[in-house]
Write a protein of this length. Structure first.
Length: 190
């Protein structure tokens, strides 16, 4: 990703509401992006990986496949537009010019709720930080709750499926996060 103007990073964290409002602004700008992007990009790519590779025990692999398949069926019913694709907090750069989104390699077309789910997932599910989630959602504005819920499930399935590929020898913290994602998926989206 190239920023056309030099920017200076700021050490402080952006406010959660600003993150939501900047993501909304990003989506408004992306609506006019003229180039075609793959529909449901990382979701369909992950489903193909689950069909081609044995990454987990059979029951876990099947559960991930089923969660992702159902989420894709539901999410395809919602309006699609270009998205960041991986709009989590770590890909937001706080600068003297404001918050900027980085790491655009996963851009695809899908419902905006995918990016919103990516933004709030860790705070909502792993940290239980409802204040941060509420602020991010307030900053973003209205979303479809069904699309958001399915996006949260799909996000968990995608990240979980990629764990053995990205972290073949995970440390204790990553193992704990993987286990929490699996437990959450077992209880949601079935």
């Amino acid at each position: 990703m190239n920023f056309w103007v030099f920017v200076t990073s700021v050490d402080s964290e952006p406010e959660p509401q600003e993150m939501g409002s900047r993501l909304r602004q990003c989506h408004e700008i992306l609506r006019s992006f003229p180039e075609p992007l793959p529909a449901m990009g990382i979701l369909t790519e992950t489903l193909a990986i689950l069909e081609e590779r044995e990454l987990f025990p059979a029951s876990t692999q099947r559960m991930l496949h089923d969660r992702l398949t159902l989420s894709l069926q539901v999410l395809r019913q919602f309006p699609m537009q270009p998205l960041h694709g991986d709009a989590h907090v770590g890909n937001a750069m706080h600068t003297t010019r404001g918050l900027l989104w980085t790491d655009w390699e996963d851009a695809f077309c899908g419902p905006v709720e995918w990016d919103v789910a990516s933004l709030i997932w860790n705070s909502k599910i792993l940290d239980g930080d409802h204040t941060t989630v509420d602020s991010m959602l307030a900053g973003y504005g209205k979303v479809n709750e069904t699309a958001l819920e399915q996006s949260l499930i799909a996000r968990a399935a995608v990240i979980t499926a990629w764990y053995p590929i990205l972290y073949p020898t995970p440390d204790a913290e990553r193992q704990m996060k993987l286990q929490r994602r699996l437990e959450w998926l077992q209880q949601n989206g079935g």
